[in-house]
Design a protein around this ligand. Sequence first.
Ligand code: BG6
Length: 283
Amino acid sequence: VVVDESNGMEKLVLKSEQGAIAEVYLHGAHVVSWQDATGKDLMFTSKQAIFKPPKAIRGGVPVCFPQFGQLGPLGQHGFARNTKFDLLQETADSATLVLKAVGDEDEKYPYPFELTVRVQLGQQGHAPTFTQEVAANNTGSEEMSFTAALHTYFKISAIGNVAVSGLDGVTYTDSLQGGQRMQQSGDVIFDQEVDRIYLAVPDSGVQISDSGSGAVFEVHKAGFPDAVVWNPWVAKAQAMADFGDEEHKEMLCIEPAVAGSGPYKLAPGETWSGSQTLVYKAA
Ligand code: BG6
């Protein structure tokens, strides 16, 4: 664990054998950067991100738990991203962190649980990989229900250059249209605000193609039925204090989620787990 001198917060710096790097804060088990071996940023973190707990960090991968968005009684995206985790285990290229929630974190969610987040860097051929696994164990004596997401911010060359494939024919609810159900036709492209929950998304096959860089991100997931796709576009970018007015041009979020297909229920003692693996294929 090292202290980041720019903000006084504790973080881990992971390095793969091939030289890719990820930084993970104990606050929120929040991954704030993933870089390939050349130092290229593969994840987006805002230049205006606020590193001041309990505030969630704008970028990287906020862990949304035990609630995604407003799908429950809690504040937006639950409280895991606002809470400090403990370090369980660290190797050169991996880390496991745990949040032992005792049930008094938020009066609206009096259920104790253990949330484990594991980050592992790897390599597939020439492509660096990023794997993140979460496991939630109900340590209480009552059933708990939850929604969740790995709110991943990808760094792209320019929003007009990207297309998300692998969602053709998938039903989504449009959060900008009061949750209206729609069906995706072809690739997702971005020329306005997009805020959608794609339901029952295939675990492999979703990818971001960036014609500006020639790079492709593959998104593989397990345990998370849904995937949220988000870009705030101009007005929302301007409205967010911790996000630059032009930064919507260099990011997009794809978030493996338990959202529209949830909530999931966990009996006492039961564990749910979910994961994502991102593969970055440079041009
Ligand atoms: C997305 C939601 O997952 O997160 C959006 O679908 C929301 O509606 C976005 O605006 C960012 O949320 P927050 O709480 O980090 O500003």
